[in-house]
Design a protein around this ligand. Structure first.
Ligand code: ADP
Ligand code: ASP
Ligand code: MG
Length: 418
């Protein structure tokens, strides 16, 4: 059996859902777990509901109405009769969410986030499953929360593998087609919903792939496969036909956002190949991540992360930056969920480039200022270049204000002022 994952871009409208069914028909796979994300930009829309819930409660109903309108538009294009039971099911999910918001007493943002945002995936899979059924593609709807079990680190939960393995083995049929949600899971003390982090549906596909010993996992994207650079920022890109697990982990870790970084490790452990393919062109080969050569073709890869923060610390009294200081810094970075992208230190200063993904810069800075002299630059861009020649680096650096340059055998990193 295989695992297919369809992201938000693949189901952004009714055409997308029809295309998903075409991909299933074209590939002819009969034994599949189909993991689906929230439709289009719906995760952002649900995040807005959470923001309104905490900041301007009166705007929650209008944010919810937009979500209802978006899904109803898709439903009306996919199903000829509004009497189809899927309309009722989607309405029930929305009612359930409104009631949950009315009853909620928790003031913990990450907890509330994880109770609200997963409705994007619950609604999308409800629609996709019903549509496939309607056109004769028999499938079983699975609530991923019954299978993927995590701790209670809301918004970035850690999978409890033994429990998850047991549940998946017990519940998921290896024959036929199962439709389930990406990104969402549950913790097993109170059964509250948890999430695996933004863009986490690729990871869900890998979890199912691992636990079911799948023959392959395919993630269907709006690009021909993994390219040597993000086509949003680079005009000329080349498709990578093959990437080793190790190289793919490096690329994803440095921010090649086409694959969620956690996806590769479980697949590598069982040597399950990961295919990245275009949902516009399902018969094309795309990229295979698996055993074998590092990169085919062996060319330089460019990864760009915008909106990073460069923080430089030095001691208040000119004393050395020693392990004890640096230990504290890392503890706080971890506490404020700042992902460290680059580190540089000298005798009296310590510099990190971090991703302020959870908007925790202000509290982190106030903590750091109590112990260090702090300088910082917001909105910097981090370039990571793998396997590049000196002339390519030079070309990239031209006309840019490079704040930090770091180089090791295969990787050059540049922090550039925007
Ligand atoms: P999904 O619909 O599964 O959420 P994503 O939007 O997360 O898909 O991933 C696809 C996008 O990743 C592409 O549209 C592209 O802009 C971006 N991307 C970034 N780096 C790369 C790369 N090296 N190769 C291909 N796409 C890339
Ligand atoms: N819907 C979630 C997100 O947009 C998960 C995913 O798409 O991978 O982050
Ligand atoms: Mg995505």
């Amino acid at each position: 059996m295989k695992v297919f994952k369809f992201g938000g871009a693949s189901v952004k409208d009714a055409e997308g859902v029809k295309n998903l069914s075409q991909v299933l028909t074209t590939t002819g796979e009969k034994d599949l777990v189909v993991v689906v994300s929230a439709m289009g930009k719906m995760t952002n829309a649900f995040e807005q509901v959470v923001t309104n819930y905490f900041d301007t409660k009166s705007e929650v109903p209008s944010a919810l109405n937009e979500i209802v309108y978006f899904h109803h538009t898709i439903l009306k294009e996919l199903f000829t009769s509004v009497k189809h039971p899927v309309f009722l099911k989607v309405n029930q999910l929305i009612t359930e969410l409104s009631q949950l918001l009315d009853k909620n007493k928790s003031k913990q943002h990450p907890f509330v986030y994880d109770q609200v945002v997963p409705y994007g995936e619950l609604i999308s899979t409800c629609i996709v499953s019903a549509y496939l059924q309607e056109i004769g593609i028999e499938n079983t709807f699975l609530d991923a929360r019954d299978c993927i079990i995590t701790d209670t680190k809301y918004r970035d939960a850690n999978v409890q593998w033994d429990e998850t393995q047991q549940r998946i083995s017990g519940v998921v049929k290896k024959k036929g087609i199962t439709v389930t949600q990406g990104f969402i899971a549950s913790e097993n003390t109170h059964n509250f919903t948890t999430t695996l982090g933004r863009e986490g549906s690729d990871y869900t596909a890998a979890i199912f792939g691992y636990c079911l010993n799948a023959d392959a996992v395919t993630i269907w994207k709006d690009v021909p496969g993994v390219l040597n650079a993000d086509p949003r920022y680079f005009n000329k890109t080349t498709l990578l036909h093959h990437i080793s697990y190790k190289e793919a982990i490096e690329l994803a870790f440095y921010g090649a956002s086409v694959i969620h970084p956690k996806t590769l490790q479980p697949l590598q452990r069982k040597e399950i190949p990961l295919y990245v393919k275009s949902f516009y062109n399902p018969t094309a080969a795309g990229t295979c991540v698996g055993k074998g050569v590092t990169l085919d073709p062996l060319i330089s890869c460019f990864i760009l992360k915008t909106n990073q923060v460069l923080i430089s610390l030095s001691s208040l009294d000119f004393s050395f930056m020693m392990e004890n200081h640096i230990g504290d810094v890392f503890r706080w970075l971890h506490e404020y969920k700042m992902k460290v992208e680059l580190i540089q230190n000298s005798a009296i200063s310590f510099t990190v480039c971090v991703d302020n993904k959870y908007d925790t810069l202000a509290p982190l800075l106030s903590k750091l200022r109590a112990t260090f002299k702090v300088k910082w630059n917001e909105g910097v861009t981090l370039y990571t270049i793998r396997h590049a020649s000196p002339s390519e680096i030079k070309k990239l650096e031209a006309n840019k204000m490079v704040l930090i340059r770091q180089e090791n055998r295969d990787t050059v990193q540049l922090v550039v002022k925007a």
